[in-house]
Design a protein around this ligand. Structure first.
Ligand SMILES: C=CC1=C(C)c2cc3[nH]c(cc4nc(cc5[nH]c(cc1n2)c(C)c5CCC(=O)O)C(CCC(=O)O)=C4C)c(C)c3C=C
Ligand SMILES: [Fe+2]
Ligand SMILES: [Fe+2]
Length: 338
C-alpha cells in the first residue's frame, strides 16, 4: 500500500561554519524575493554586493560559536524530530525533513516522496506563526516544484500553529523549569520582519500599522499577519504561565538593515527595562521550534552582554521545543489533524 508523505521544512542553516558555506547560505536565503522583498536589481546589489561579502565572515564567526561536533543545532534537532515522528507514525507514513535553504534540500526531499509514489503529501513548515518570508516561501517552492510533476498527489499545507494548546504548554513547561529562581520580568522575543511585509499581509490594506494596536487581536483583516499571530502566542503563553500584563513584554529581534522592522525591538526593550532597574530577565523565543543561532547566540550571548552593559545582570534563555518528546507529540497532532 502506498504511504502518506509528510514533509517537515525548517528555514535552513549553512553546511558548515566556514565563511564560504555561510556566504553560500546567506546568498540563497537572502536572494529569496519573499525574504528581501525589494526589486530584483536592488536585491542583487544589496545581497551579492554588500551583505554576503561583509556579513558572511562575521556570521561565520557566530556560527562557529554555536556549532557542535554533530553540526548545526537547527539541523540536529530537525533530524531527531523527524526520526522520532516517523517511528510514532509507523509504516503508513514516510517522513522527510528538508530545509528551505541549503541541506537537506527541499527538491531532494520531494523527489524521494515522488519516487516512493506516496498517495498524498502534507507540508508542515516548522514555523508556529505564518510569515510570507518563512511559511509562504516554503509553500511557494513546494508548489513550483510539484506543479511540474505529471502525477500530482493530494497535497495539503499547514499554515500556522501559533495557538496550538500543546505547543503553548511545552514552551510554558520549559519556562517553568526556571521558575524556582526569581525573575524581574519575562520577555517573549520573536524573530522580526520588515514593517512593509506586515503591511503586505494586511488583506484589507487599511488595518496593519494604520489602526492603533492593530496586531493586538486576530481579525479577518490580519489573520495572516505574522505580528498578530505573535501577539496571540504571547497572550496564550502569559495565560498559561499566569502572568500579569506588567510581568512580561513582547518584542522582536534579528533585524537586518536600516528599514523599519516590527517593533518594539528587543534591544530597545532591554534598555527600557534596565532603566527601570530590572536585573534578571527570563526570555522565551516562541517563533523558533528549535534552538539556533538566533537563540543560542543572539539571546544568550549578544543580549546578555548588552544587558550587562546597561546595568542588568542575567538574560536567561528558555530552551526551545527542540526534540522534546512532548513537542513531537504535538507535531504528530498537527500532522494528523491540522
Ligand atoms: C521564525 C521565522 C523566520 C522569519 C520570519 C525570518 C525572516 C528573516 N530573516 C532574515 C535574516 C536572517 N535570519 C537569519 C537566521 C535565522 N532566521 C530564522 C527564522 C526566520 N527568519 C532562523 C531559524 C535562523 C537561524 C538559522 C540557523 O542556522 O541557526 C540570518 C542568518 C544569521 C545571521 O547572519 O544573522 C539572517 C541574515 C530576514 C532578512 C528575514 C526577512 C523577513
Ligand atoms: Fe498589525
Ligand atoms: Fe531570519
Amino acid at each position: 500500500m502506498a504511504k502518506k508523505g509528510i514533509l517537515l521544512v525548517n528555514l535552513g542553516t549553512p553546511d558548515s561554519p566556514s565563511t564560504a558555506d555561510v556566504r553560500k547560505y546567506l546568498d540563497e536565503f537572502l536572494m529569496d524575493e519573499r525574504v528581501i522583498d525589494i526589486n530584483s536589481f536592488n536585491r542583487t546589489l544589496l545581497v551579492k554586493g554588500i551583505i554576503v561579502p561583509f556579513r558572511g565572515p562575521k556570521s561565520a564567526k557566530l556560527y562557529k560559536e554555536i556549532w557542535t561536533p554533530q553540526g548545526s543545532p537547527l539541523l540536529i534537532y530537525g533530524n531527531s524530530v523527524r526520526d522520532v515522528l516517523a517511528k510514532k507514525l509507523g509504516a503508513d507514513y514516510q517522513v522527510e525533513l528538508a530545509m528551505r535553504y541549503q541541506s537537506p534540500s527541499l527538491p531532494d526531499a520531494l523527489e524521494r516522496l515522488k519516487q516512493s509514489k506516496v498517495d498524498s503529501i502534507k507540508v508542515v513548515p516548522l514555523f508556529p506563526q505564518y510569515a510570507s518570508a518563512s511559511t509562504g516561501s516554503v509553500h511557494q517552492l513546494v508548489m513550483e516544484i510539484v506543479s511540474k510533476w505529471q502525477a500530482i498527489p493530494a497535497i495539503s499545507f499547514v499554515n500556522s500553529f501559533y495557538d496550538h494548546p500543546g505547543m503553548i504548554k511545552v514552551f510554558a513547561d520549559n519556562a517553568r523549569k526556571h521558575l524556582h529562581q526569581s525573575w524581574d520580568h519575562i520577555l517573549f522575543s520573536f524573530h522580526g520582519v520588515p514593517q512593509r511585509q506586515m503591511k503586505k499581509a494586511d488583506v484589507s490594506g487599511q488595518h496593519c500599522l494604520k489602526v492603533e494596536n492593530c496586531c493586538d487581536n486576530i481579525t479577518e483583516n490580519n489573520k495572516f499577519c505574522y505580528s498578530a499571530q505573535c501577539h496571540q502566542t504571547a497572550k496564550l503563553l502569559a495565560k498559561e504561565l499566569d502572568l500579569k500584563p506588567e510581568d512580561y513584554s513582547l518584542c522582536y529581534q534579528s533585524r537586518l538593515g536600516s528599514d523599519p522592522w516590527m517593533q518594539p525591538y528587543t534591544s530597545d526593550v532591554l534598555k527600557q527595562l534596565a532603566q527601570k532597574g530590572v536585573k534578571r530577565l527570563l526570555v522565551l523565543c516562541p517563533a523558533f521550534v528549535a534552538d539556533c543561532l538566533e537563540t543560542l547566540y543572539e539571546i544568550s550571548v549578544e543580549y546578555q552582554t548588552e544587558f550587562e552593559h546597561l546595568g542588568g545582570e542575567k538574560v536567561q534563555l528558555v530552551e526551545s521545543l527542540n526534540d522534546n518528546p512532548a513537542w513531537i507529540a504535538v507535531l504528530e497532532d498537527i500532522v494528523l489533524n491540522k
